[in-house]
Design a protein around this ligand. Structure first.
Ligand SMILES: Nc1ncnc2c1ncn2[C@@H]1O[C@H](COP(=O)(O)OP(=O)(O)OP(=O)(O)O)[C@@H](O)[C@H]1O
Ligand SMILES: [Mg+2]
Length: 215
């Protein structure tokens, strides 16, 4: 993957945006991509995670570039970072106000985490409609899936653009953050890790030429 901007967006709070950004960032880094992170969410959760990572690994040794800024500055920051990074991952706040919209408009790909609940489903449609109106490619990632859940199946039947890879409801997705790490660092053989790797490969495959370049 080369010079690609991926915005993780979902107006529903707590759907798993920050969790997804963290684990994808680490997996893409391990896959050989130069990764920059941008946090435009005033809650600053991604920054908190990166601070822990810096404390543990040392300034400049996290393997990831991190910046935090207001959404309206995303455009200029992205143009600057595109030159030096393969992937720029943006974590956005839980609403589709101007700032999140700017981050979605600046993206080559929007990823929308969805938990198997009706309220997540309804919120997702708004985010997907916005992506479509801006002609930005968008994919949905089912998060905190329970195996053979009927409601999850009913919700998936309502959605277009689903990734094949899905994430289960697994404690390590949360606990890894406390260590400033991703699941693929904390427990590379775990089910959670396999899920993130499958998702990472699926996303890399959306940009086929770049996959060949990285191989
Ligand atoms: N697959 C998962 N398994 C277990 N816990 C998860 C999973 N995904 C998210 N969580 C937990 O759910 C909570 C919300 O996740 P997260 O903070 O990533 O959501 P968010 O969309 O970024 O929230 P906000 O809208 O407030 O920014 C966190 O406590 C996180 O650890
Ligand atoms: Mg968040």
């Amino acid at each position: 993957m080369r010079n690609k901007v991926i915005t993780v967006a979902q107006q529903k709070g707590g759907a798993g945006k920050t969790t997804l950004v963290v684990h994808l960032a680490v997996a893409l880094m391990q896959r050989g991509c130069r990764v920059a992170l941008i946090d435009i969410d005033p809650q600053g959760s991604l920054g908190h995670w990166h601070r822990i990572r810096t404390e543990r690994m040392g300034e400049g040794y996290t393997g990831l570039h991190f910046s935090t800024l207001s959404g309206w500055r995303v455009g200029s920051e992205v143009s600057r970072l595109r030159k030096n990074y393969d992937v720029i991952l943006i974590d956005s706040p839980p609403h589709v106000e101007t700032e999140a919209r700017t981050a979605m408009r600046s993206a080559d790909l929007i990823i929308v985490p969805v938990q198997p609940s009706p309220t997540d489903l309804w919120a997702t449609k708004a985010t997907m409609d916005y992506a479509k109106s801006e002609r930005v490619m968008a994919r949905i990632v089912m998060n905190r899936m329970a195996p053979q859940s009927k409601i999850a199946q009913a919700i998936m039947d309502e959605l277009d653009g689903l990734c094949d890879a899905k994430l289960g409801n697994r404690i390590v997705f949360a606990s890894a953050l406390l260590e400033g790490k991703g699941v693929t660092e904390v427990d590379p053989k775990s089910q959670a890790s396999q899920e993130i790797k499958a998702l990472t490969e699926e996303l890399l495959a959306l940009f086929p030429q770049e996959v060949l370049e990285n191989a």
